[in-house]
Design a protein around this ligand. Structure first.
Ligand code: PEP
Length: 255
């Protein structure tokens, strides 16, 4: 059974003090929730302080990106080794904002996935179609292409160590979430693709989470879909009470 995973992506919001204050509140709120895993992705500068603040708690920390080299003369970049050394366990890779605004390609994503695993970080690999691609009936082709290229270097035994985030680009930050049916269809397609590449046994172990305007009011219907194993939450993770509501409503057994 895949324990639901809820990840808050804070993008470029919150000072270090605000971040630490929030994660301490969150640890307190979720201390009795044992059937949902919770991750927060603050900015790079807050990774160390938040990881320290959540130590020995159930909340884990993610970076929002990494560079694939372990170290070197790469001004402005942060490696998986550095991220891991400050107590971080997850890393978001290939978010659509990075692909669209920072020219991140499928090849970059592939290298970053390998680097994350090398440094004992769980990659949260974001894939998803644009509105144009959906409207022209290309959603599954796009997903197939992204899985094939982004996971090209992954071995079967590594699949259980990574998370795929299905994030339709048209649903991110727009207030327009995919319907539970659209999410179910895409997630089931992704799992079938994984099964055909890595085998069914490996595919059932991989978490596939949904992202795109997840809110307390729509999480229950989304998480109720059999292949939806959690959520990547942007805007609604910025306020601790709203994020806690999402976490509480993600318990599969209570849906
Ligand atoms: C995201 O940043 O990955 C995201 C899904 O954002 P939002 O929840 O605001 O749509």
């Amino acid at each position: 059974m895949r324990t639901p995973l809820i990840v808050g992506n804070w993008k470029m919001y919150k000072t270090v003090d605000e971040a630490v204050h929030y994660v301490k509140d969150l640890c307190n709120l979720v201390k009795n929730i044992n059937d949902v895993n919770v991750v927060i992705a603050p900015t790079f500068i807050a990774l160390h302080a938040t990881a320290k603040a959540v130590r020995n708690n159930k909340v884990k920390i993610a970076a929002q990106d990494l560079y694939w080299k372990a170290e070197g003369a790469f001004t402005g970049e942060i490696s998986g080794a550095l991220i891991h050394a400050c107590g971080t366990q997850y890393v978001i890779i290939g978010h659509s904002e990075r692909r669209a605004m920072f020219a991140e390609t499928d090849t970059h994503v592939r290298k970053k996935v390998t680097a994350a695993l090398t440094h004992s970080l769980t990659p949260i690999v974001c894939i998803g179609e644009t509105l144009d691609q959906r409207e022209s009936g290309k959603t599954f082709d796009i997903l197939d292409h992204q899985i094939a290229t982004n996971l090209a270097d992954i071995k079967t035994e590594q699949l259980a160590q990574l998370v795929i985030a299905y994030e339709p680009v048209w649903a991110i930050g727009t207030g327009k979430n995919a319907t539970p049916m659209q999410a179910a269809e895409a997630h089931s397609h992704i799992r079938s693709h994984l099964a055909s590449t890595f085998g069914k046994e490996a595919a059932v172990q991989c978490h596939i989470i949904y992202g795109g305007s997840v809110k307390p009011k729509n999480i229950q219907e989304l998480i109720a879909q059999p292949d939806v194993d959690g959520a990547l939450v942007g805007g609604a993770s910025l306020e601790v009470q709203a994020f806690f509501e999402i976490i509480s409503r993600s318990r599969k057994a209570t849906v």
